[in-house]
Design a protein around this ligand. Structure first.
Ligand code: NAP
Length: 330
């Protein structure tokens, strides 16, 4: 039995390339006192990992060269020296891009409540981001218009469906006709805009004649600017991410028309999901309940094999994933 690990080999300039990573074999680590040895079953692939490949100052330190790439994992405890976790438990942990890892910080998850991969998606970190971003910052009311970008992805697809549950009218922005069809035909969005084929600013003006009340932004750049041009009075913009800017070699493009916030007495507020960890239980209860009742559909894009990790990760930036991107490694 050997471990297989994906290490950060070099820092990307612009787009991530396969040679930024190195895959190596290593001995399976031994758990120390208070630790568990976990065999990973599912690895999460998320856009924030692009930031961790950089050494620029951010709210969390980047990965050092030669270190295992960070990431959330769901796996099975195969050896335990932990006071409460035992062999056979399924756990959510931060073990990164590798087949085996040891940790003292892992949370038991319940396979009967939801399939294991859901703990990385709809009832995991992306689901929490959607839940708290909307509940605490967006605060959509029945009858209001909510617009979400990267709408078919892990966060966006949950944002749109929760907003529908709150009685809002929901418009998603996504790349390509297939993704737009998924939004309206499967996930219950009222309309979708294909930003690769349409003028987003004009489409928003047509679809939101009374303006946007809540804009949940995952993309930034031109799409944020198009939304700012179409705000309703008192609009709330949730800044969740700016994936269109993560591979820039030039400074991030900010909106030239930010004075729309002034004109419309609007707000623009950032969310960091980690701030809501103490309230995780509240969100899991609601999200898992909606999944069980069929009111919240989960979309997952499952790829197999640790060795595919570099190419699979790049799908997030080319838009080739449709739903929460997860890697099945066992
Ligand atoms: P995701 O939406 O599942 O996947 C990324 C998607 O972004 C791609 O499928 C692609 O969809 C879209 N995209 C990529 N490049 C783009 C571009 N240049 N222009 C427009 N769209 C582009 O990813 P996710 O995990 O849900 O994350 C979405 C956003 O939330 C990211 O910005 C991420 O950093 C952020 N986030 C923030 C927090 C927080 O605490 N603030 C937590 C989790 C995630 P299309 O085919 O539609 O282009």
């Amino acid at each position: 039995m050997a471990n297989q690990r994906v290490l950060l080999a070099s820092r990307p300039t612009g787009w991530v390339a396969e040679n930024n990573f190195r895959i190596e074999e290593a001995p399976v680590p031994q758990p120390g006192e208070g630790e568990v040895l976990v065999k990973n079953l599912w690895l999460s692939l998320d856009p924030y990992m692009r930031g961790r490949m950089s050494d620029a100052k951010s709210y969390v330190k980047g990965v050092d060269l030669g270190e295992v790439m960070v990431g959330q994992t769901v796996g099975e405890v195969i050896e335990s020296r932990h006071p409460t976790l035992k062999k056979g438990d399924k756990v959510l942990a931060q073990l990164g891009w590798q087949l085996y890892g040891v940790t003292r910080e892992a949370n038991k998850v319940d396979e009967k409540r939801a399939p294991l991969s859901c703990y990385l998606g709809v009832i995991g970190m992306p689901g929490m981001t959607a839940y708290f971003g909307l509940k605490e910052i967006g605060e959509p009311k029945a009858g209001e218009t909510v617009v979400v970008s990267a709408a078919s992805g892990a966060v966006g697809s949950v944002v749109g469906q929760i907003a529908k549950l709150k009685g809002a009218r929901v418009i998603g922005i996504a790349g390509g006709a297939d993704k737009c069809r998924t939004l309206t035909d499967e996930l219950g969005f009222d309309a979708a805009i294909d930003y690769k084929a349409e003028d987003v600013k004009a489409a928003l003006a047509r679809l939101c004649p009374n303006g946007i009340n809540v804009f949940f932004d995952n993309v930034g750049g031109d799409i944020l600017e198009a939304a700012l041009a179409n705000l309703a009075r008192g609009a709330r913009i949730v800044i969740c991410g700016a994936i269109s800017q993560y591979n820039n070699t030039t400074p991030i493009k900010g909106p030239a028309n930010y004075l729309s916030l002034l004109v419309n007495r609007a707000t623009m507020t950032g969310i960091v999901v980690g701030d809501y960890v103490p309230r995780w239980g509240e969100a899991v209860r609601d999200l898992a309940g909606w999944v069980a009742s069929g009111q919240l559909k989960r979309r997952e894009d499952v790829v197999e094999g640790l060795e595919t990790f570099p190419q699979t990760f790049m799908k997030l930036f080319s838009g080739e994933n449709n739903g929460k991107l997860v890697l099945k490694v066992a």
